[in-house]
Design a protein around this ligand. Structure first.
Ligand code: FAD
Length: 191
Protein backbone atom coordinates (compact mmCIF):
# COMPACT_ATOMS: atom_id res chain seq x y z
CA UNK A 1 0.00 0.00 0.00
CA UNK A 2 1.29 3.35 -1.03
CA UNK A 3 0.99 5.11 2.30
CA UNK A 4 2.38 2.30 4.28
CA UNK A 5 6.03 2.52 3.46
CA UNK A 6 6.77 2.55 7.19
CA UNK A 7 5.34 -0.94 7.32
CA UNK A 8 7.25 -2.14 4.32
CA UNK A 9 10.52 -3.90 4.82
CA UNK A 10 13.36 -1.48 5.36
CA UNK A 11 15.65 -4.40 4.71
CA UNK A 12 17.51 -6.53 7.20
CA UNK A 13 20.92 -8.03 6.86
CA UNK A 14 19.70 -10.02 3.83
CA UNK A 15 18.77 -8.50 0.46
CA UNK A 16 16.06 -5.83 0.87
CA UNK A 17 12.58 -6.83 -0.19
CA UNK A 18 11.23 -5.45 -3.47
CA UNK A 19 9.38 -2.13 -3.28
CA UNK A 20 5.75 -2.43 -2.26
CA UNK A 21 6.07 -5.70 -0.36
CA UNK A 22 4.47 -5.20 3.06
CA UNK A 23 5.39 -7.39 5.99
CA UNK A 24 2.89 -9.02 8.27
CA UNK A 25 3.11 -8.62 12.03
CA UNK A 26 5.09 -11.88 12.20
CA UNK A 27 7.71 -10.38 9.87
CA UNK A 28 6.72 -12.47 6.85
CA UNK A 29 5.42 -10.93 3.62
CA UNK A 30 1.70 -10.12 3.84
CA UNK A 31 -0.04 -11.18 0.67
CA UNK A 32 -3.31 -9.36 1.36
CA UNK A 33 -1.32 -6.15 1.99
CA UNK A 34 0.76 -6.39 -1.20
CA UNK A 35 -0.05 -5.97 -4.89
CA UNK A 36 0.36 -8.96 -7.17
CA UNK A 37 3.04 -7.07 -9.12
CA UNK A 38 5.18 -6.56 -6.00
CA UNK A 39 4.47 -10.13 -4.92
CA UNK A 40 5.80 -11.44 -8.21
CA UNK A 41 8.98 -9.43 -7.79
CA UNK A 42 9.35 -11.07 -4.42
CA UNK A 43 8.92 -14.50 -5.98
CA UNK A 44 11.54 -13.71 -8.61
CA UNK A 45 13.93 -12.51 -5.95
CA UNK A 46 13.36 -15.62 -3.85
CA UNK A 47 14.08 -17.81 -6.88
CA UNK A 48 17.20 -15.85 -7.75
CA UNK A 49 18.39 -16.04 -4.14
CA UNK A 50 17.86 -19.76 -3.92
CA UNK A 51 19.66 -20.46 -7.20
CA UNK A 52 22.66 -18.30 -6.25
CA UNK A 53 22.80 -19.70 -2.72
CA UNK A 54 21.14 -23.12 -2.46
CA UNK A 55 21.30 -23.27 1.34
CA UNK A 56 19.71 -19.86 1.78
CA UNK A 57 16.50 -20.11 3.81
CA UNK A 58 15.71 -16.51 4.73
CA UNK A 59 12.57 -15.86 6.75
CA UNK A 60 11.21 -13.64 3.97
CA UNK A 61 11.04 -16.45 1.44
CA UNK A 62 7.36 -17.11 0.87
CA UNK A 63 6.16 -20.57 1.67
CA UNK A 64 3.02 -20.57 -0.46
CA UNK A 65 2.99 -21.44 -4.18
CA UNK A 66 3.33 -18.04 -5.82
CA UNK A 67 4.45 -18.62 -9.35
CA UNK A 68 1.99 -17.45 -11.97
CA UNK A 69 1.79 -19.00 -15.42
CA UNK A 70 4.43 -17.42 -17.62
CA UNK A 71 1.74 -16.28 -20.04
CA UNK A 72 -0.24 -14.24 -17.56
CA UNK A 73 0.10 -10.48 -17.30
CA UNK A 74 2.15 -9.33 -14.32
CA UNK A 75 -0.71 -7.24 -12.96
CA UNK A 76 -3.47 -9.86 -13.01
CA UNK A 77 -4.10 -12.84 -10.79
CA UNK A 78 -5.54 -16.11 -12.02
CA UNK A 79 -9.14 -16.29 -10.76
CA UNK A 80 -8.49 -19.22 -8.46
CA UNK A 81 -5.55 -17.69 -6.59
CA UNK A 82 -5.63 -15.83 -3.25
CA UNK A 83 -6.44 -12.14 -3.64
CA UNK A 84 -3.83 -9.42 -3.52
CA UNK A 85 -4.46 -6.07 -1.82
CA UNK A 86 -6.18 -4.64 -4.92
CA UNK A 87 -8.55 -7.50 -5.65
CA UNK A 88 -9.44 -7.77 -1.99
CA UNK A 89 -10.05 -4.01 -1.93
CA UNK A 90 -12.31 -4.01 -5.01
CA UNK A 91 -14.39 -6.88 -3.66
CA UNK A 92 -14.66 -5.26 -0.25
CA UNK A 93 -15.70 -1.87 -1.60
CA UNK A 94 -18.38 -3.66 -3.64
CA UNK A 95 -19.68 -5.24 -0.45
CA UNK A 96 -19.53 -2.03 1.58
CA UNK A 97 -21.14 0.22 -1.04
CA UNK A 98 -23.81 -2.42 -1.65
CA UNK A 99 -24.53 -2.43 2.06
CA UNK A 100 -25.02 1.33 1.84
CA UNK A 101 -27.24 0.90 -1.23
CA UNK A 102 -29.54 -1.45 0.68
CA UNK A 103 -29.43 0.50 3.94
CA UNK A 104 -32.87 1.84 4.98
CA UNK A 105 -33.74 5.36 3.88
CA UNK A 106 -34.31 6.06 7.53
CA UNK A 107 -32.57 3.61 9.84
CA UNK A 108 -33.97 2.68 13.25
CA UNK A 109 -31.76 2.43 16.30
CA UNK A 110 -31.23 -1.30 15.98
CA UNK A 111 -30.13 -1.01 12.36
CA UNK A 112 -27.77 1.82 13.22
CA UNK A 113 -26.28 -0.16 16.11
CA UNK A 114 -25.81 -3.21 13.92
CA UNK A 115 -23.98 -1.21 11.27
CA UNK A 116 -21.86 0.59 13.86
CA UNK A 117 -20.87 -2.78 15.29
CA UNK A 118 -20.13 -4.18 11.84
CA UNK A 119 -17.87 -1.24 10.96
CA UNK A 120 -16.08 -1.45 14.29
CA UNK A 121 -15.22 -5.12 13.84
CA UNK A 122 -14.63 -4.80 10.11
CA UNK A 123 -12.01 -2.12 10.74
CA UNK A 124 -10.23 -4.42 13.17
CA UNK A 125 -10.49 -7.63 11.15
CA UNK A 126 -9.88 -6.48 7.56
CA UNK A 127 -7.29 -8.90 6.17
CA UNK A 128 -4.86 -6.18 5.02
CA UNK A 129 -3.71 -5.06 8.43
CA UNK A 130 -2.03 -1.85 7.28
CA UNK A 131 -5.26 -0.86 5.48
CA UNK A 132 -7.23 -1.71 8.62
CA UNK A 133 -4.93 0.35 10.85
CA UNK A 134 -5.24 3.42 8.62
CA UNK A 135 -9.01 3.00 8.30
CA UNK A 136 -9.41 2.80 12.07
CA UNK A 137 -7.24 5.88 12.52
CA UNK A 138 -9.32 7.80 9.97
CA UNK A 139 -12.60 6.81 11.65
CA UNK A 140 -11.26 7.77 15.08
CA UNK A 141 -10.22 11.32 14.09
CA UNK A 142 -10.18 13.27 17.38
CA UNK A 143 -12.65 15.85 16.05
CA UNK A 144 -15.22 13.07 15.60
CA UNK A 145 -15.85 14.26 12.05
CA UNK A 146 -15.18 10.84 10.48
CA UNK A 147 -17.49 8.79 12.64
CA UNK A 148 -19.97 6.73 10.60
CA UNK A 149 -23.11 8.66 9.68
CA UNK A 150 -25.83 6.09 10.14
CA UNK A 151 -29.14 7.95 10.23
CA UNK A 152 -30.18 6.77 6.78
CA UNK A 153 -29.06 5.62 3.33
CA UNK A 154 -28.02 9.00 1.95
CA UNK A 155 -25.88 9.89 4.95
CA UNK A 156 -24.29 6.47 5.18
CA UNK A 157 -23.65 6.23 1.43
CA UNK A 158 -22.02 9.65 1.41
CA UNK A 159 -19.90 8.86 4.47
CA UNK A 160 -18.69 5.62 2.86
CA UNK A 161 -17.90 7.46 -0.35
CA UNK A 162 -15.77 9.88 1.65
CA UNK A 163 -14.06 6.99 3.43
CA UNK A 164 -13.27 5.44 0.06
CA UNK A 165 -12.00 8.79 -1.23
CA UNK A 166 -9.67 9.02 1.74
CA UNK A 167 -8.05 5.77 0.56
CA UNK A 168 -8.11 6.96 -3.06
CA UNK A 169 -6.19 10.11 -2.08
CA UNK A 170 -3.72 8.11 -0.05
CA UNK A 171 -3.02 5.89 -3.04
CA UNK A 172 -2.83 8.80 -5.50
CA UNK A 173 -6.05 7.74 -7.26
CA UNK A 174 -8.69 10.06 -8.61
CA UNK A 175 -11.42 11.05 -6.16
CA UNK A 176 -14.95 9.91 -6.87
CA UNK A 177 -17.67 12.57 -7.04
CA UNK A 178 -19.88 11.49 -4.14
CA UNK A 179 -22.98 13.06 -5.70
CA UNK A 180 -22.98 9.98 -7.96
CA UNK A 181 -22.46 7.21 -5.41
CA UNK A 182 -26.08 6.13 -5.64
CA UNK A 183 -26.02 5.89 -9.44
CA UNK A 184 -22.81 3.87 -9.22
CA UNK A 185 -23.97 1.51 -6.49
CA UNK A 186 -27.78 1.49 -6.32
CA UNK A 187 -29.80 2.76 -9.26
CA UNK A 188 -27.40 2.41 -12.18
CA UNK A 189 -26.31 5.32 -14.38
CA UNK A 190 -28.94 7.63 -15.82
CA UNK A 191 -28.95 7.56 -19.62
P1 FAD B 1 -11.41 0.62 -6.00
O1 FAD B 1 -10.80 1.75 -5.21
O2 FAD B 1 -11.36 -0.73 -5.39
O3 FAD B 1 -12.90 1.01 -6.35
C1 FAD B 1 -13.82 0.10 -6.97
C2 FAD B 1 -14.85 0.92 -7.72
O4 FAD B 1 -15.53 1.75 -6.80
C3 FAD B 1 -14.25 1.90 -8.72
O5 FAD B 1 -14.04 1.30 -9.95
C4 FAD B 1 -15.29 3.02 -8.77
O6 FAD B 1 -16.32 2.72 -9.71
C5 FAD B 1 -15.91 2.99 -7.40
N1 FAD B 1 -15.39 4.05 -6.52
C6 FAD B 1 -14.16 4.58 -6.45
N2 FAD B 1 -14.08 5.49 -5.49
C7 FAD B 1 -15.31 5.54 -4.93
C8 FAD B 1 -15.87 6.31 -3.87
N3 FAD B 1 -15.16 7.21 -3.19
N4 FAD B 1 -17.16 6.11 -3.55
C9 FAD B 1 -17.92 5.23 -4.24
N5 FAD B 1 -17.45 4.48 -5.24
C10 FAD B 1 -16.15 4.63 -5.58
N6 FAD B 1 -5.06 -0.46 -0.78
C11 FAD B 1 -3.79 -0.08 -0.53
O7 FAD B 1 -2.92 -0.27 -1.36
N7 FAD B 1 -3.48 0.57 0.65
C12 FAD B 1 -4.39 0.81 1.62
O8 FAD B 1 -4.07 1.34 2.68
C13 FAD B 1 -5.73 0.39 1.38
N8 FAD B 1 -6.69 0.58 2.30
C14 FAD B 1 -7.95 0.08 2.08
C15 FAD B 1 -8.90 0.24 3.08
C16 FAD B 1 -10.16 -0.31 2.89
C17 FAD B 1 -11.19 -0.16 4.00
C18 FAD B 1 -10.50 -0.99 1.70
C19 FAD B 1 -11.86 -1.61 1.54
C20 FAD B 1 -9.56 -1.11 0.70
C21 FAD B 1 -8.27 -0.57 0.86
N9 FAD B 1 -7.30 -0.67 -0.13
C22 FAD B 1 -6.03 -0.25 0.14
C23 FAD B 1 -7.64 -1.17 -1.48
C24 FAD B 1 -7.90 0.02 -2.43
O9 FAD B 1 -8.84 0.93 -1.86
C25 FAD B 1 -8.47 -0.42 -3.79
O10 FAD B 1 -9.59 -1.26 -3.59
C26 FAD B 1 -7.49 -1.14 -4.69
O11 FAD B 1 -6.33 -0.35 -4.86
C27 FAD B 1 -8.12 -1.41 -6.09
O12 FAD B 1 -8.45 -0.15 -6.63
P2 FAD B 1 -9.32 0.08 -7.93
O13 FAD B 1 -8.67 1.25 -8.64
O14 FAD B 1 -9.50 -1.17 -8.69
O15 FAD B 1 -10.76 0.58 -7.45
Amino acid sequence: PASSSRKESDGDTKAPLPKGVVLDKDGKPCRTCTSVAAWRNLTKQAKADSSSSPSNTTSTTPTTPLAAPATSSPSTIPPDCPPDVEQLGRSTWSLLHSMAATYPEKANTEHQDNMRGFLKFFSKLYPCWVCADDFQTWMAHPSGRNQPKLGGRKDFGWWLCEAHNEVNRKLGKEEFDCRFWEERWRTGWKD
